[in-house]
Write a protein that binds this ligand. Structure first.
Ligand SMILES: NC(=O)C1=CN([C@@H]2O[C@H](COP(=O)(O)OP(=O)(O)OC[C@H]3O[C@@H](n4cnc5c(N)ncnc54)[C@H](OP(=O)(O)O)[C@@H]3O)[C@@H](O)[C@H]2O)C=CC1
Ligand SMILES: CCCCCCCCCCCCCCCC(=O)[C@@H](N)CO
Length: 326
């Protein structure tokens, strides 16, 4: 009897997880891939400031053959180019264009030449309750963050598909943890970032046959000029909820991005809270790592409990604020 129990226990504890892992290894899609950075062309939108600038520095340091950055202000682009040259000796190509202007983006992308790693990073954020926010601000965030990303991908895709270098290539979209969970003060911003997820999932279906791999990056609050500007007018509740996830430095985020891009990871979380969010919001996202798939399957129930605790805490803060302001 004791033997039977032991055997049964061993079966459950050992064989079941191993069988699950083996099954997942057979079915995870897309298949595992390695995307080399060395000697390749990395094109970064919003590459003149914050996370984008850190990405440009990291790409140059990774011995990319070429680094191109695109943003609106030529002054900031030139400053960025100088700082990249100073730090790495690499001369980045700069393109002044607004992502809302498809023709301008197309012109920049065409003169930059075929792209191996496209990082669609530009973004704007103005926090505020929808009731107080102007519709022009809502439109601004949707236009730059979402439609702007469509413009960039649409402009770059033909060249990426018809590349002569047959090695795998990457399209990475900069979302945010506010693109995984709706946050007070971020109705428009969260919508613009959640939108990128739908785009990324569908796009991956469409481009996998061309060996193009989509990544979706989810940083927490990150120390950048953009965040410094945003915090001046951010509602206290937005800051309180955002502080549930530890703040990061731009170059730490950049490092996580390239780790994820090189493995073709669909979700790229950046910190521990991000890893929990990735599991809690896995849904039907593609997953190419059998081990991560295993962790998702095993931990998803527990992560739902953790998520409910976070919401319990956030609704507590919201209620406290509401009664204070009555
Ligand atoms: N910082 C944070 O806390 C977090 C940021 N993110 C996301 O990371 C990305 C970068 O953010 P961050 O580094 O903080 O931002 P910054 O404001 O520091 O930099 C934004 C970059 O985007 C460019 N940009 C803005 N609007 C446009 C436009 N219409 N066309 C072309 N380029 C544009 C800016 O240059 P210019 O103004 O000259 O055009 C600049 O290079 C954004 O998508 C943001 O949503 C995600 C999570 C957290
Ligand atoms: C399983 C559950 C785990 C839960 C962890 C939850 C943490 C969520 C915090 C939300 C953070 C939002 C940051 C937005 C950053 C951003 O994009 C702005 N700074 C604009 O740039």
């Amino acid at each position: 009897m004791a033997d039977a129990n032991l055997a049964f226990g061993t079966l459950l504890l050992l064989i079941f997880p191993l069988a699950l892992l083996a099954l997942l290894a057979l079915i995870v899609r897309p298949r595992p891939v390695k995307i080399p950075l060395k000697n390749r062309h990395v094109f970064i939108t919003g590459g003149s400031s914050g996370i984008g600038l850190a990405l440009a520095h990291a790409a140059a340091a990774a011995e990319s053959a070429r680094v191109s950055i695109l943003a609106r202000s030529l002054d900031k682009l030139e400053e960025a180019r100088d700082s990249i040259r100073l730090a790495t000796g690499i001369e980045a190509a700069i393109y002044a264009a607004d992502v809302r202007d498809f023709d301008a983006v197309k012109k920049a992308v065409d003169s930059a030449g075929p792209i191996d790693v496209l990082i669609v990073n530009q973004g704007v954020f103005v926090a505020g309750e929808l009731e107080k926010q102007e519709l022009s601000e809502v439109r601004f965030m949707i236009d730059v963050n979402m439609l702007g990303s469509f413009n960039v991908v649409k402009a770059a895709l033909p060249g990426m598909k018809s590349r002569s270098d047959r090695r795998p290539v990457s399209i990475a979209l900069m979302s945010s943890q506010a693109g995984q969970v709706g946050v007070y003060g971020y109705t428009a911003y969260s919508a613009s970032k959640f939108g990128l997820r739908g785009m990324a999932e569908a796009l991956q279906h469409e481009v996998i046959a061309d060996d193009i791999h989509v990544s979706l990056i989810f940083p927490p609050d990150t120390e950048t000029p953009g965040l410094a500007e945003e915090t001046k007018t951010r509602p206290p509740l937005t800051s309180i909820i955002a502080a549930s996830s530890g703040a990061m430095k731009a170059d730490e985020v950049a490092r996580k991005c390239f780790d994820g891009i090189k493995l073709g990871s669909f979700f790229v979380p950046c910190n521990f809270e991000g890893a929990m969010l990735a599991i809690a919001t896995a849904g039907l996202a593609p997953q190419r790592s059998p081990l991560m798939a295993f962790v998702e399957v095993v931990a998803i129930g527990l992560m739902r409990v953790v998520a409910l605790f976070f919401q319990w805490n956030w609704y507590g803060s919201i209620t406290k604020f509401a009664s204070k302001n009555k």
